[in-house]
Design a binder for this molecule. Structure first.
Ligand code: BGC
Length: 895
């Protein structure tokens, strides 16, 4: 709708961006009471919602007979995650909804354009389909399977859906076309407890008369070798399919096509080998033209077996699908000193390469993948460990052929191509980037090009490691949902991209895989099955739900995860007992803290037992806070008391009267300060020791996975933002910018993955795409640019940019549930310009540093005149503002 500039119309209040359960028009929802969100817009400032009205119907025109819910006019300023409260929602039904709002001046919006969501199959008995398993070999490596069935459509179709899931990866085809654009379906969950199914609108794919449905099945996460032990078939050794096509005719009658013993299968398809770590082989000579078209000759295919698979563990998809997101062309193609033909994509990425080729039938092309070249410029794959990460294509011959893998992925910047007929040109190879299709929500930029590259690297680290679950790395024989890495990075991740659905799903797997005693496995889904937990890793169960609640205002995530959060804290409580100290609880310690490049000095070492006790305190505190939000008063008391006890014991055992903390590492000070474990009187001293340590190292950090995320925050919270900037801008090892200077395009696992002499760290563990250290991104958004949560979901925003003279500008934006928030500053001609954007239906406290009331203008008007509520707080000017765009100007220091 157009916003006219004429007065009257200019005030027009609009409701936009309707979403249901964090998604736009989702189909396949199994939440009994879904939640609705919308955004407001209008001209001018201070737009606040005073009331809303929602209506829901099974009919797009909201005919009264088909109404499922009318909220009526509700006086409330809530516009995020409002819960459906109508009649019980029915399986497979589409519901339309719309909303209108009133603002504080009683302006009424029109009804929004309708949005919809569609329920999935809510009960096990809604599944008429049977699990089927085609004949398949019982070996570790086997070809992908193909399945098919013909069926007829006799009448005119009103709507048709496919409900489908599998053991292993599936690709569904109807009449020669792949259904949907999702990849790696059905996604990765704790398969033995929760298995997602997808719902596709297949109406446009069906034909009058003869039709055919087919599927390919591949090992995927379900059956591939996973983890370095090279075990396979973690959840099962047989691939299977469950598929139900539900066709509704215009006369109201229905037809269901299901997987049953009438399907046929073959193991003789073109994909002769596939697996997560090892890649895929495709023999185009074995292509079965028209295999998913009606009338295909499947007389040589074998009948499938009906299997006994569970249906009561099926869940509708809760996250966003993995898709092909972007394509990248190689920067150059060259021969390495050792004579390999290599293409460089200029970006460490995750996905695969699409290849164009023309040549003789039977020609075999091999594509290997690498993240880096070694110091001689040769192709380096040692750090992939046992992952062979190879795609193979055998030509069918004749016209130009195009190939891209579909059931595997690679982490790479370089590919080495062998066997390509003729000259390999840039137009023949395309890098295809795949990841969970999360909307980009954040941006950060400043006057330092290296920091901007760091932000780029953080975002690419996220792309490459948010492939249905948050993984440690995407390239070697690992790629697992390491919990410690996820807790360290989740706050930064939630700035860069909309991760609400992603974590909603994964955290349920955290809970599902938690041991009966509350221990949280090292990786989720739990591939390792070693029934152990580690401080700083298991804490993902408290840290991530709390973070998601804060960022997205999603109370339900806290509610859902609460039993898991509590079980984890109770697990530690049992271990610690009356000592309130968790001994032996930290398996990994402050993982990969600073050691010299030669790995000789254990310089940044922090006592693992002390770490365990500190995280015990932190998780107990977060649990108490969650209990508070959820109104669990008893638990608030219990866990606050536990926190206090731990704090006391911690101080008695690990802290001197002078505020020195055992280990005296940066991480020991950082965790104690960040987790609120020190008495007020010792905070300044502890900060001083931390700063002395940093200065003693000539402005270098020494933290690992656990200390790094909070390092700069602790400095800021204790008045040393200047030192935080020194660390951020440090270019030599160990620092965030050292890898950038070495040409990194993603975040490295180690501070010195590649050493100053261009040799590499230990091949046993040296990933060049590991997001944990990217956790600094959070500080860049919150402190350098100044976007901070004031109330859950950014209903209230704290805008508090903290400029530093080492930069001339910094700015960030974040698309919150209410709309875009932006904050940025620039030093120009001795003046500080601060630009702020506050979205409709939120309020902000804007804190301008080193500012005096009578010296600051906004849009040329003195702030005292422009705002009702301006306060001087020491050197800061504190302004209460409603929605709008603001631009402040002043000379810092006040002259
Ligand atoms: C992974 C990690 C993980 C760590 C735990 C590594 O192999 O790559 O990032 O957190 O193990 O020790």
């Amino acid at each position: 709708m157009l916003l006219l500039t004429q007065t009257g119309f200019a005030q027009k209040l609009l409701v936009t961006d309707l979403s249901c359960e964090h998604k736009v028009n989702p189909i396949g929802v199994d939440v009994a009471a879904p939640r609705f969100s919308w955004k407001l817009s209008g001209a001018g400032r201070n737009i606040m919602q005073k009331a809303y009205s929602i209506r829901v119907a099974t009919d797009k025109n909201f005919a009264s007979k088909k109404t499922s819910w009318q909220s009526g006019k509700v006086n409330s300023d809530e516009s995020v995650l409002l819960t459906y409260a109508g009649t019980a929602l029915q399986s497979g039904t589409r519901y339309y909804w719309q909303v209108k709002v009133w603002d504080a001046n009683n302006n009424e919006s029109a009804w929004s354009s309708p949005a919809y969501w569609e329920m999935g199959l809510l009960l096990p008995q809604d599944w008429k389909a049977q699990w089927i398993e085609p004949v398949q070999s019982d070996e570790k490596q086997m070809p992908a399977l193909v399945l098919r069935k013909d069926f007829a459509v006799q009448k005119k179709i009103a709507a048709a859906r496919a409900y489908v899931t599998s053991h292993g990866f599936y690709e569904l085809h109807i009449n020669g076309k792949k259904v949907g654009d999702e990849i790696f379906t059905p996604g990765w969950t704790s398969y033995n407890k929760r298995l997602q199914y997808q719902v596709f609108d297949i109406t446009p794919l069906l034909l009058q008369g003869a039709n055919s449905v087919g599927a390919m099945l591949a090992d995927g996460w379900y059956r591939s070798s996973l983890a370095w032990e090279k075990n396979w078939g973690t959840w099962g050794k047989k691939l299977g399919l469950l598929c139900q096509l539900q066709i509704t005719y215009t006369d109201g009658s229905e037809q269901t096509v299901i997987t049953d013993n009438s399907w046929k299968g073959s193991q003789d398809g073109p994909i002769t080998r596939d697996g997560i770590y090892d890649g895929e082989s495709y023999d185009a000579r074995k292509e079965m033209r028209g295999w998913s078209n009606a009338g295909f000759d499947d007389s040589k295919w074998k009948a499938v077996a009906v299997a006994d698979g569970a249906k009561d563990d099926l869940i509708a998809v809760q996250t966003v699908p993995v898709r092909r997101i972007q394509e990248i062309k190689p920067l150059r193609i060259f021969k390495t000193p050792k004579g390999l033909l290599v293409a460089d994509f200029g970006q460490n990425m995750v996905g695969w390469v699409k290849l164009k080729v023309k040549g003789d039938a039977g020609t075999l092309i091999t594509i290997r993948h690498a993240e880096v070249l070694d110091k001689y410029g040769d192709f380096y794959t040692d750090n992939l460990r046992a992952a062979t990460a190879t795609a193979e294509y055998t030509l069918k011959g004749g016209d130009e052929e195009t190939y891209e893998p579909r059931f595997s992925f690679f982490g790479f910047r370089y590919i080495a191509v062998n066997g390509y007929p003729g000259e390999l040109k840039p137009e023949d190879v395309t890098g295809v980037v795949v990841h969970s299709d999360m909307k980009q929500t954040g941006s950060f930029e400043c006057s330092n090009a290296l920091v901007n590259q760091l932000q780029h690297n953080i975002q690419w680290g996220q792309k490459g490691n948010f492939v249905d679950v948050p993984t440690d790395c995407p390239q070697r024989d690992e790629r697992l949902g390491w919990t410690g890495d996820a807790q360290a990075f989740c706050r930064t991740a939630a700035f860069n991209m909309d991760v609400a659905p992603f974590f909603t799903k994964w955290l349920k797997d955290v809970a599902a895989d938690q041991e009966p005693d509350g221990a949280v496995p090292f990786v989720i889904p739990d591939v390792l099955r070693n029934k152990n937990t580690s401080a700083g890793w298991g804490d993902v169960s408290t840290i991530a739900p709390w973070t998601m609640y804060r960022v997205f205002g999603d109370k339900r995530i806290l509610e859902t995860q609460y039993p898991s959060m509590k079980a984890y804290v109770e697990y530690i409580r049992k271990k610690a007992g009356d000592s309130y100290m968790w001994k032996g609880g930290s398996v990994f310690g402050d993982w990969l803290f600073y050691k010299s490049m030669a790995q000789t000095e254990n310089d940044g070492y922090t006592s693992p037992d002390m770490i365990a006790t500190m995280f015990y305190a932190y998780s107990a505190k977060l649990l108490a806070q969650a209990a508070e939000v959820l109104g669990k008063t008893d638990d608030v008391q219990t866990y606050n008391n536990i926190f206090d006890k731990i704090k006391e014991v911690f101080n008695r055992n690990y802290v001197t009267a002078e505020g020195r903390i055992a280990s005296e590492s940066q991480t020991s000070y950082v965790l104690a300060l960040h987790f609120g474990l020190l008495p007020e009187a010792l905070r300044a001293k502890a900060t001083q020791y931390l700063v002395e340590d940093i200065k003693g190292r000539h402005n270098h950090l020494s933290t690992g996975f656990l200390g790094t995320p909070y390092l700069c925050h602790v400095l800021t919270a204790n008045g040393r933002t200047d030192v935080a900037y020194d660390l951020l801008l440090q270019q030599t090892f160990p620092s965030w910018l050292y890898p950038v200077k070495m040409g990194a395009t993603t975040i490295w696992e180690r501070w010195d993955g590649q050493k100053t002499d261009s040799t590499f760290q230990d091949v046993g563990m040296n990933s060049f795409n590991h997001y944990a250290y990217g956790a600094i991104g959070d500080w860049m958004y919150r402190v350098a640019a100044g976007i901070e949560i004031g109330a859950p979901g950014y209903k209230h925003i704290l805008v508090q940019p903290q400029p530093d003279k080492k930069l001339t500008y910094a700015k960030a934006s974040f698309e919150s549930s209410y709309g875009q928030i932006a904050s940025g500053w620039e030093m120009k001609d001795g003046k500080l310009l601060v630009k702020v954007k506050v979205p409709a239906n939120t309020t902000a406290t804007i804190i301008l540093p080193e500012a005096q009331t009578n010296k600051v203008t906004e849009g040329g008007i003195p702030v005292g005149t422009a705002f009702k509520n301006v306060k001087q707080d020491k050197n800061n000017l504190v302004i209460e503002a409603g929605s709008g765009d603001y631009s402040f100007e002043y000379v810092p220091g006040g002259n």
